[in-house]
Design a protein around this ligand. Structure first.
Ligand code: ADP
Ligand code: MG
Length: 254
């Protein structure tokens, strides 16, 4: 890792559910342009940390900045507009829409912003054209173009994962967060997903992802952060994490 250049910096993040402290992170930094893996046993707080950082859950204490701007208190769609997005599993409602409709719904200017857009019809129409163009290009890239008019529910498990990633890219994010992107995906598709993740980094997009498969993690990550019981217990390069006794005891040896 060259000179530190963090795109995301979090300090003193805490999130409790009743008496359970799910996240208790003193400091977390994600360096720009890296693939950073967040690992740890089930229940370590990885998903909660993702939810908090992206505005889909609240914190009890702590603050965090993205590209130097504070994100505290912003809602999910506002965080996304700043350039930090996470993937979501397709909801039941989304599986009834076509692949293209799914892409367009993920475009900027959806949700609450739509009302304002309708006042400015001409700019709205232009926005829709450019959204459609971007969706088309992303579907090509993820080899889903031939499925554009199919119902998303008819996609294979692997194709859904690709669509989830493609949707996240509709807002042209500078950082993408992936929560177990390979879960339940066959080995061939894992390869393909890994290539897409590497390609994101090669284009300068920062990636933070949660994954369990150690071969996958070691092979693709520039930096690994280990979470256990809500805390960061170790971080470092893959080769250092692999031989870290604290990590082996808490996680790898389990
Ligand atoms: P991971 O993603 O690392 O498996 P999670 O972030 O999902 O871990 O969960 C961390 C801990 O917080 C777990 O003990 C889990 O049961 C608890 N937890 C997560 N979300 C909630 C919630 N909405 N309400 C109560 N407890 C929760
Ligand atoms: Mg999780």
């Amino acid at each position: 890792v060259a000179k530190p250049d963090p795109i995301l910096v979090a300090d003193g993040l805490r999130r409790s559910f009743g008496g359970l402290t799910a996240v208790d992170v003193e400091r977390l930094q994600v360096q720009r342009g890296t693939i950073t893996a967040l690992i740890g046993p089930n229940g370590a707080g990885k998903s909660t940390l993702f939810n908090v950082l992206t505005g889909f859950d609240r914190v009890d204490t702590g603050s965090w900045t993205f590209e130097g701007g504070r994100l505290n208190g912003l809602a999910g769609h506002q965080v996304a507009r700043r350039g930090m997005v996470r993937t979501f599993q397709l909801t039941k409602a989304l599986t009834r829409l076509t692949v293209m409709e799914n892409m367009l719904l993920a475009a900027p200017g959806q949700s609450g912003e739509r009302l304002l857009g309708s006042f400015l019809r001409w700019s709205w129409a232009r926005q829709e054209d450019s959204n459609r163009e971007r969706a088309e290009a992303l579907l090509e890239r993820f080899r889903l173009a031939h499925m554009r008019d199919e119902i998303a529910g008819s996609l294979s498990g692997g194709q859904r994962k690709l669509l989830e990633m493609a949707r996240a890219l509709m807002v042209r994010p500078s950082m993408v967060m992936l929560d177990e992107p390979m879960a339940g995906v066959n080995p061939v598709l894992v390869e393909s997903l890994l290539e897409h993740i590497s390609a994101l980094r090669d284009e300068g997009t920062t990636v933070l992802f949660v994954e369990h498969d150690m071969d996958v993690i070691m092979g693709i990550s520039d930096w690994i952060v280990v979470l256990a019981e809500g805390r960061v217990i170790a971080e470092g390069r893959p080769e250092d994490i692999r031989s870290d006794q604290v990590v082996i005891d808490a996680y790898l040896g389990a």
